[in-house]
Design a protein around this ligand. Structure first.
Ligand code: ATP
Ligand code: MG
Length: 263
Protein backbone atom coordinates (compact mmCIF):
# COMPACT_ATOMS: atom_id res chain seq x y z
CA UNK A 1 0.00 0.00 0.00
CA UNK A 2 2.77 2.41 1.06
CA UNK A 3 6.20 1.87 -0.47
CA UNK A 4 9.16 3.96 0.62
CA UNK A 5 12.52 3.39 -1.01
CA UNK A 6 15.89 4.80 -0.14
CA UNK A 7 14.42 7.96 1.35
CA UNK A 8 16.83 10.67 2.50
CA UNK A 9 16.23 13.97 4.24
CA UNK A 10 18.89 16.28 5.61
CA UNK A 11 18.07 19.50 7.46
CA UNK A 12 20.40 22.45 7.50
CA UNK A 13 20.72 23.57 11.09
CA UNK A 14 22.61 26.78 10.40
CA UNK A 15 26.25 27.58 11.05
CA UNK A 16 27.21 25.09 8.35
CA UNK A 17 25.88 22.11 10.31
CA UNK A 18 23.50 19.50 8.96
CA UNK A 19 21.29 16.81 10.44
CA UNK A 20 20.56 13.68 8.45
CA UNK A 21 17.03 13.10 9.72
CA UNK A 22 16.26 10.16 7.38
CA UNK A 23 19.03 7.97 6.00
CA UNK A 24 18.42 5.54 3.11
CA UNK A 25 15.11 4.58 4.67
CA UNK A 26 13.20 1.63 3.20
CA UNK A 27 9.72 0.78 4.40
CA UNK A 28 6.67 -1.03 3.04
CA UNK A 29 3.26 -1.09 4.71
CA UNK A 30 0.58 -3.49 3.50
CA UNK A 31 -3.06 -2.48 3.08
CA UNK A 32 -4.66 -2.52 6.53
CA UNK A 33 -1.38 -2.48 8.43
CA UNK A 34 -1.58 -0.56 11.71
CA UNK A 35 2.06 0.23 12.41
CA UNK A 36 3.18 1.73 15.71
CA UNK A 37 6.48 3.63 15.58
CA UNK A 38 8.80 4.00 18.55
CA UNK A 39 12.27 5.52 18.89
CA UNK A 40 14.25 8.08 20.88
CA UNK A 41 13.82 11.84 20.53
CA UNK A 42 15.27 12.95 17.23
CA UNK A 43 15.17 9.45 15.69
CA UNK A 44 13.27 10.76 12.65
CA UNK A 45 9.73 9.57 13.42
CA UNK A 46 7.97 12.89 12.83
CA UNK A 47 10.16 13.55 9.79
CA UNK A 48 9.03 10.24 8.29
CA UNK A 49 5.36 11.14 8.80
CA UNK A 50 5.96 14.65 7.48
CA UNK A 51 7.61 13.27 4.36
CA UNK A 52 4.69 10.92 3.73
CA UNK A 53 2.24 13.82 4.22
CA UNK A 54 4.31 15.99 1.87
CA UNK A 55 5.28 18.65 4.44
CA UNK A 56 8.94 18.30 3.38
CA UNK A 57 10.32 17.40 -0.02
CA UNK A 58 12.62 14.38 -0.26
CA UNK A 59 16.33 14.93 -1.01
CA UNK A 60 16.35 11.56 -2.75
CA UNK A 61 14.37 8.33 -2.76
CA UNK A 62 10.74 7.59 -3.55
CA UNK A 63 7.39 7.40 -1.80
CA UNK A 64 4.62 5.49 -3.58
CA UNK A 65 1.02 4.66 -2.74
CA UNK A 66 -0.38 1.57 -4.42
CA UNK A 67 2.36 1.82 -7.01
CA UNK A 68 1.80 5.50 -7.82
CA UNK A 69 4.90 7.60 -7.22
CA UNK A 70 3.80 10.56 -5.09
CA UNK A 71 7.31 11.79 -4.16
CA UNK A 72 6.85 15.11 -5.94
CA UNK A 73 3.17 15.61 -5.06
CA UNK A 74 2.46 18.71 -2.96
CA UNK A 75 0.93 18.39 0.50
CA UNK A 76 -2.58 19.52 -0.52
CA UNK A 77 -2.76 16.84 -3.23
CA UNK A 78 -1.76 14.13 -0.74
CA UNK A 79 -4.33 15.43 1.76
CA UNK A 80 -6.99 13.81 -0.42
CA UNK A 81 -5.93 10.39 0.80
CA UNK A 82 -3.82 11.10 3.89
CA UNK A 83 -5.46 12.00 7.22
CA UNK A 84 -3.30 13.17 10.08
CA UNK A 85 -3.40 14.05 13.75
CA UNK A 86 -0.49 15.83 15.41
CA UNK A 87 0.89 15.77 18.93
CA UNK A 88 -0.18 19.36 19.52
CA UNK A 89 -3.95 19.62 20.18
CA UNK A 90 -3.81 23.20 18.86
CA UNK A 91 -2.98 21.97 15.37
CA UNK A 92 -5.34 20.23 13.01
CA UNK A 93 -8.37 22.35 13.89
CA UNK A 94 -9.13 26.04 13.32
CA UNK A 95 -9.62 27.61 16.77
CA UNK A 96 -11.57 30.65 15.62
CA UNK A 97 -14.11 28.52 13.77
CA UNK A 98 -16.97 26.61 15.36
CA UNK A 99 -17.05 22.82 15.79
CA UNK A 100 -19.58 22.44 12.98
CA UNK A 101 -17.58 24.69 10.66
CA UNK A 102 -14.44 22.67 11.33
CA UNK A 103 -16.27 19.44 10.57
CA UNK A 104 -17.79 20.91 7.42
CA UNK A 105 -14.34 22.01 6.30
CA UNK A 106 -12.96 18.51 6.86
CA UNK A 107 -15.89 17.19 4.89
CA UNK A 108 -14.90 19.41 2.02
CA UNK A 109 -11.27 18.45 2.48
CA UNK A 110 -10.08 21.87 3.55
CA UNK A 111 -12.09 23.99 1.14
CA UNK A 112 -13.70 26.96 2.83
CA UNK A 113 -15.98 27.72 -0.10
CA UNK A 114 -19.62 26.78 0.54
CA UNK A 115 -18.98 26.17 4.21
CA UNK A 116 -22.37 27.44 5.40
CA UNK A 117 -24.14 25.06 3.10
CA UNK A 118 -21.87 22.23 4.22
CA UNK A 119 -22.81 22.93 7.83
CA UNK A 120 -26.53 23.11 7.14
CA UNK A 121 -26.54 19.93 5.07
CA UNK A 122 -24.55 17.81 7.48
CA UNK A 123 -25.54 19.11 10.91
CA UNK A 124 -27.52 15.99 11.82
CA UNK A 125 -24.70 13.71 10.74
CA UNK A 126 -22.11 15.77 12.66
CA UNK A 127 -24.26 15.65 15.78
CA UNK A 128 -24.54 11.87 15.59
CA UNK A 129 -20.80 11.44 15.07
CA UNK A 130 -19.92 13.74 17.96
CA UNK A 131 -22.37 11.95 20.24
CA UNK A 132 -20.35 8.77 19.71
CA UNK A 133 -17.35 10.45 21.31
CA UNK A 134 -19.30 10.77 24.53
CA UNK A 135 -17.62 14.08 25.37
CA UNK A 136 -20.77 16.22 25.16
CA UNK A 137 -19.55 17.94 22.00
CA UNK A 138 -22.81 17.24 20.15
CA UNK A 139 -24.37 19.98 22.29
CA UNK A 140 -21.63 22.47 21.42
CA UNK A 141 -21.73 22.55 17.61
CA UNK A 142 -21.73 26.36 17.59
CA UNK A 143 -18.88 26.76 20.09
CA UNK A 144 -15.57 28.01 18.79
CA UNK A 145 -12.99 25.23 18.88
CA UNK A 146 -10.55 27.35 20.90
CA UNK A 147 -12.92 26.92 23.86
CA UNK A 148 -12.38 23.15 23.94
CA UNK A 149 -9.91 21.29 26.15
CA UNK A 150 -6.91 19.58 24.57
CA UNK A 151 -8.55 16.15 24.74
CA UNK A 152 -11.80 17.38 23.25
CA UNK A 153 -9.85 19.08 20.51
CA UNK A 154 -7.81 15.95 19.73
CA UNK A 155 -10.99 13.86 19.56
CA UNK A 156 -12.42 16.39 17.11
CA UNK A 157 -9.19 16.38 15.05
CA UNK A 158 -9.28 12.59 14.85
CA UNK A 159 -12.89 12.74 13.73
CA UNK A 160 -12.01 15.34 11.10
CA UNK A 161 -9.00 13.36 9.87
CA UNK A 162 -11.19 10.33 9.25
CA UNK A 163 -14.47 11.98 8.21
CA UNK A 164 -13.74 11.40 4.55
CA UNK A 165 -12.18 7.97 4.91
CA UNK A 166 -8.46 8.45 4.17
CA UNK A 167 -6.41 5.62 2.69
CA UNK A 168 -3.63 6.36 5.11
CA UNK A 169 -3.88 7.77 8.63
CA UNK A 170 -0.82 9.39 10.23
CA UNK A 171 -0.85 9.83 14.01
CA UNK A 172 2.08 11.59 15.63
CA UNK A 173 1.93 11.12 19.42
CA UNK A 174 -1.68 12.20 19.19
CA UNK A 175 -2.44 11.30 22.80
CA UNK A 176 0.79 12.63 24.36
CA UNK A 177 -0.74 15.87 25.66
CA UNK A 178 -3.78 14.20 27.20
CA UNK A 179 -4.56 12.91 30.69
CA UNK A 180 -4.40 9.10 30.99
CA UNK A 181 -8.15 8.58 30.89
CA UNK A 182 -8.71 10.82 27.88
CA UNK A 183 -5.66 9.32 26.15
CA UNK A 184 -7.18 5.86 26.62
CA UNK A 185 -10.47 7.06 25.21
CA UNK A 186 -8.77 8.56 22.16
CA UNK A 187 -6.79 5.36 21.57
CA UNK A 188 -9.97 3.27 21.81
CA UNK A 189 -11.67 5.67 19.44
CA UNK A 190 -8.72 5.44 17.05
CA UNK A 191 -8.87 1.67 17.11
CA UNK A 192 -12.60 1.56 16.42
CA UNK A 193 -12.40 4.07 13.55
CA UNK A 194 -9.49 2.14 12.05
CA UNK A 195 -11.34 -1.18 12.42
CA UNK A 196 -14.55 0.21 10.92
CA UNK A 197 -12.83 1.55 7.84
CA UNK A 198 -9.93 -0.90 7.54
CA UNK A 199 -7.46 2.00 7.40
CA UNK A 200 -3.70 1.74 6.99
CA UNK A 201 -2.11 3.60 9.91
CA UNK A 202 1.28 4.88 11.04
CA UNK A 203 1.16 5.86 14.72
CA UNK A 204 4.12 7.36 16.57
CA UNK A 205 4.09 6.80 20.33
CA UNK A 206 6.52 6.91 23.25
CA UNK A 207 4.28 4.56 25.22
CA UNK A 208 5.91 1.16 24.65
CA UNK A 209 3.02 -0.78 26.19
CA UNK A 210 0.65 0.95 23.79
CA UNK A 211 3.07 0.40 20.90
CA UNK A 212 2.91 -3.36 21.43
CA UNK A 213 -0.82 -3.54 22.23
CA UNK A 214 -2.29 -1.35 19.53
CA UNK A 215 -2.09 -2.28 15.85
CA UNK A 216 -0.42 -5.29 14.23
CA UNK A 217 3.15 -4.17 13.71
CA UNK A 218 5.79 -2.16 15.56
CA UNK A 219 8.89 -0.52 14.12
CA UNK A 220 11.72 1.16 16.01
CA UNK A 221 13.58 4.08 14.47
CA UNK A 222 17.07 5.27 15.32
CA UNK A 223 19.31 7.84 13.65
CA UNK A 224 17.01 8.19 10.65
CA UNK A 225 16.58 4.50 9.92
CA UNK A 226 14.36 1.58 10.90
CA UNK A 227 16.30 -0.70 13.21
CA UNK A 228 13.58 -3.11 14.24
CA UNK A 229 10.41 -4.38 12.56
CA UNK A 230 8.16 -6.57 14.69
CA UNK A 231 5.04 -8.35 13.51
CA UNK A 232 3.19 -11.61 14.01
CA UNK A 233 4.62 -14.09 16.47
CA UNK A 234 7.82 -12.10 16.94
CA UNK A 235 5.81 -9.11 18.11
CA UNK A 236 3.54 -11.16 20.35
CA UNK A 237 6.62 -12.54 22.09
CA UNK A 238 8.13 -9.10 22.66
CA UNK A 239 7.72 -7.53 26.10
CA UNK A 240 7.97 -3.87 27.08
CA UNK A 241 11.18 -4.76 28.92
CA UNK A 242 12.83 -6.27 25.87
CA UNK A 243 11.78 -3.27 23.79
CA UNK A 244 13.32 -1.01 26.43
CA UNK A 245 16.47 -3.04 26.30
CA UNK A 246 16.49 -2.70 22.51
CA UNK A 247 16.46 1.08 23.00
CA UNK A 248 19.69 1.02 24.95
CA UNK A 249 21.30 -1.60 22.75
CA UNK A 250 20.58 0.24 19.50
CA UNK A 251 22.51 3.25 20.77
CA UNK A 252 25.62 1.08 20.79
CA UNK A 253 25.07 -1.17 17.79
CA UNK A 254 22.97 0.93 15.34
CA UNK A 255 21.30 -2.16 13.85
CA UNK A 256 19.56 -4.76 15.94
CA UNK A 257 19.33 -8.45 15.42
CA UNK A 258 15.67 -9.39 15.96
CA UNK A 259 16.64 -12.81 17.20
CA UNK A 260 18.91 -11.29 19.83
CA UNK A 261 16.00 -9.16 21.03
CA UNK A 262 13.94 -12.20 21.82
CA UNK A 263 16.77 -14.31 23.20
N1 ATP B 1 12.23 21.46 10.16
C1 ATP B 1 13.40 21.04 10.67
N2 ATP B 1 14.49 21.83 10.59
C2 ATP B 1 15.68 21.41 11.08
N3 ATP B 1 15.86 20.23 11.69
C3 ATP B 1 14.81 19.43 11.84
C4 ATP B 1 13.52 19.78 11.33
N4 ATP B 1 12.67 18.76 11.60
C5 ATP B 1 13.38 17.84 12.23
N5 ATP B 1 14.67 18.22 12.37
C6 ATP B 1 15.74 17.44 12.99
O1 ATP B 1 15.71 16.13 12.45
C7 ATP B 1 15.92 15.17 13.48
C8 ATP B 1 14.72 14.23 13.55
O2 ATP B 1 13.64 14.96 14.07
P1 ATP B 1 12.18 14.32 14.25
O3 ATP B 1 11.28 15.44 14.63
O4 ATP B 1 11.84 13.54 13.07
O5 ATP B 1 12.41 13.35 15.49
P2 ATP B 1 11.37 12.45 16.28
O6 ATP B 1 11.80 11.05 16.15
O7 ATP B 1 10.00 12.79 15.86
O8 ATP B 1 11.64 12.91 17.78
P3 ATP B 1 10.62 13.18 19.01
O9 ATP B 1 10.40 11.87 19.66
O10 ATP B 1 11.40 14.12 19.89
O11 ATP B 1 9.38 13.82 18.46
C9 ATP B 1 16.16 15.97 14.76
O12 ATP B 1 17.56 16.08 14.95
C10 ATP B 1 15.54 17.29 14.47
O13 ATP B 1 16.19 18.32 15.17
MG1 MG C 1 8.36 13.72 16.78
Amino acid sequence: MLQIENLNKTFELGGGTFKRALVDLDFVAQEGDFVTIVGSNGAGKSTLLNMVAGVYAADSGTIAIDGTDITSWPEHKRAKFVGRVFQDPMMGTAGSMTIEENLAMAYKRGQRRGLKLGVARNRVKFKALLAELDLGLEKRLKDQVRLLSGGQRQALTLMMATLKTPQLLLLDEHTAALDPKTARRIIDLTQSIVDNHGLTVLMVTHNLQQALEVGNRTIMMHDGGIVLDLQGRKREDTSVDSLLEAFSRVKKERFLDDRALLA
